[in-house]
Design a protein around this ligand. Structure first.
Ligand code: HEC
Length: 152
């Protein structure tokens, strides 16, 4: 009886504390990238179709995505043929490793992105975010990673 109660309490506790990627997205990202991930042409880049491309690129692309959320991004980029030259704010101070992993999993799979993911993609883990957090990059350093990924 007590064991059952304990297990139930543990289960409810886990639900309450498990980070919800969609919720984090709505709260912290949708104001710029929009709820449908389409962004605003010329101001905020789209995440639809773009996120799976970075994941397709392998470890460097996956780390780039983690770095953009943790450290921000500043420099001129192009996405779907449109140029953006603005600033993405860093979120290392506001979001935990669990929240960022859940958020990245959400944008990797939302809006039909799941159909474009490599079959062997394992998803984002809090450990991946924790490992990258220590690098403390600047938004300009993250931009250098973008240039390298795009061969610029
Ligand atoms: C204040 C507006 C704003 C908010 C809020 C914001 N972003 Fe951004 N984001 C941008 C801008 C602007 C860029 C492009 C920066 C540049 O031009 O260098 C960008 C770039 C990105 C990129 C890289 C796109 C690419 O094609 O390389 C990703 C991924 C991204 N944001 C995800 C997110 C996520 C996830 C959140 C929520 C934590 C978020 N952004 C919150 C404005 C925002």
């Amino acid at each position: 009886m007590f064991k059952k109660l304990f297990v139930t309490a543990l289960f409810i506790g886990t639900l309450a504390f498990a980070a919800n990627g969609q919720q984090v997205y709505q709260q912290f990202c949708a104001s710029c990238h929009m709820a449908n991930g389409e962004g605003v042409a010329g101001a905020f880049p789209p995440l639809v179709e773009e996120v799976p491309e970075y994941i397709e690129a392998g470890t460097d692309g996956i780390n780039y995505l983690i770095h953009v959320i943790l450290f921000g991004l500043q420099g001129q980029i192009t996405a779907k043929g449109v140029t953006y030259n603005s600033m993405m704010p860093p979120y290392a101070a506001q979001l935990s490793d669990e929240q960022i992993a859940a958020l990245l999993d959400y944008i990797a799979k939302a809006w039909g992105n799941d159909k474009l993911l490599p079959k062997d993609f394992q998803g984002f883990k809090p450990e991946d975010v924790a490992r990258e957090r220590g690098k403390s990059l600047t938004p300009q350093q993250v931009y250098e990673e973008w240039k390298k990924l795009e061969g610029k």
